[in-house]
Design a protein around this ligand. Sequence first.
Ligand SMILES: C[S@@+](CC[C@H](N)C(=O)[O-])C[C@H]1O[C@@H](n2cnc3c(N)ncnc32)[C@H](O)[C@@H]1O
Length: 465
Amino acid sequence: MPQVAHSSDAAASALTAAACAAGARTGGPELDVWASCAPGTEPEAAAELAALGWRPPDLPSQSWSATTNAALAWDRGAVHGRADLAATIRTLCTARTVTGVMLRLAVVDLESEPGGTPADTSGASTGAGDVAGERNNPSERNNPSERNNPSGRNNPSGRNNPSGRNDPSGPHRESRGHEGQLQQVHAVIAGLDWSRMPDAAFAVRARTGRRLPVDLEQPVTEVKVELDHQRLRVGYVLGAGFEKRAWLSAHHHAGLRPTTAAALLGYAGWADGERLIDPLTGGGTIPIEAGLTTLRWSVRNDNPERLRALGLEDAGLSAEIRAEIRADIGAAARQVRPLPIRGLELYGNHVATARANRSAAGLDDAVRIDQGDATTMAGVDGVECLVTNPPYGLRAGSPRIVAPLYEAVLARTAERMAAGGRAVVLTPAEDVLREAAAGAGLAIADERAMALGKLDVTAFLLTHR
Ligand SMILES: C[S@@+](CC[C@H](N)C(=O)[O-])C[C@H]1O[C@@H](n2cnc3c(N)ncnc32)[C@H](O)[C@@H]1O
């Protein structure tokens, strides 16, 4: 995904001056925003953002595949809404399921004809002015049938398809179409009102390998350009890289992104206080994220410089709101206490990794990480919620290797799960999982396609029959 960056920090202030002036002072100006997340985790991200104060975006409803959960809208890998400054700061400091937050510059559907012109660049024509309270007007020509539907659990028509698998409009388009799309992207970007960013030196980060004369590692102003199938999103980056948690000090070769782990906990319906286990815990991502959620320790993703460059620092908020935000983001130390959250891991080196991460997270006295075998789960009982991503068997390339593991782990899960308990298992080995669930007498209450980078996986929600 290309990112456009420029080196002038004062440049963007004009973008939001009008928004600041027009905004309600209590919560600050209201902004058009979107947040990025792993494809397939949009409903959980939307629920979290709604809880942080996001409201539905002012966009035509037919632009979106689903708007059920929390009335926020989303498309593949992004949730869109409006958030006042207080909600935006809360999101930057505390959101666990999203990887970044952008101020919306344009959301446009490109023409599906290879080599065609943009279906509607009205989002681009309002461009940066959009943050001053003008509406983007993305294409009215969206065809809902072309949209992925990453949202709906319990979709009776079958699986959701956030990954674009088997989608003829998907990534395997002919190269002429690809070129045509790039031309359309260029037209949209060029159509944005960049005059509001004076004296900016622009650079485009794409896979060109060329060095560019701006600081691409730490640009003060950064614009994200995402193209997913036909949909083009352009946004000023308020914060990004939220998946790089400060506690992630020790590396596990198959570590899950913490943002995805947080979303899986949401998908499992895990609630504070419930007994939670990840029996194949690797580097401990799932129990650590759960522990931090319970203690409401913020991830502190905020990038005050970016907000300041836009004239959006929290000084614009009332003292009460600022105090409220500080309380929300856990500025007051919260006491560590033993939590009913644990991880099991077979191999000593991975146990050490998980424990190092747990220490870095400050959770030594809160979360248990034990060396143990998930196929026996000795000493585990009354599990109310189990969330895990088992080995995928991809490197060995053989489901035969993971099948006995899945069978044993799910058999133990069925035995150790409390009445009303749920298990969420994330894997690309769907057939192996289905068979193991059937063999263990577990029902697949729901399933959701997700993407881990380029890997298509499925989250299965399992319950007692
Ligand atoms: C895909 S990784 C989990 C990654 C983890 N979610 C993270 O974010 O770091 C699967 C883990 O299961 C562990 N494992 C494999 N067989 C096991 C068993 N029988 N009991 C417990 N752990 C096992 C592997 O050593 C590996 O660390």
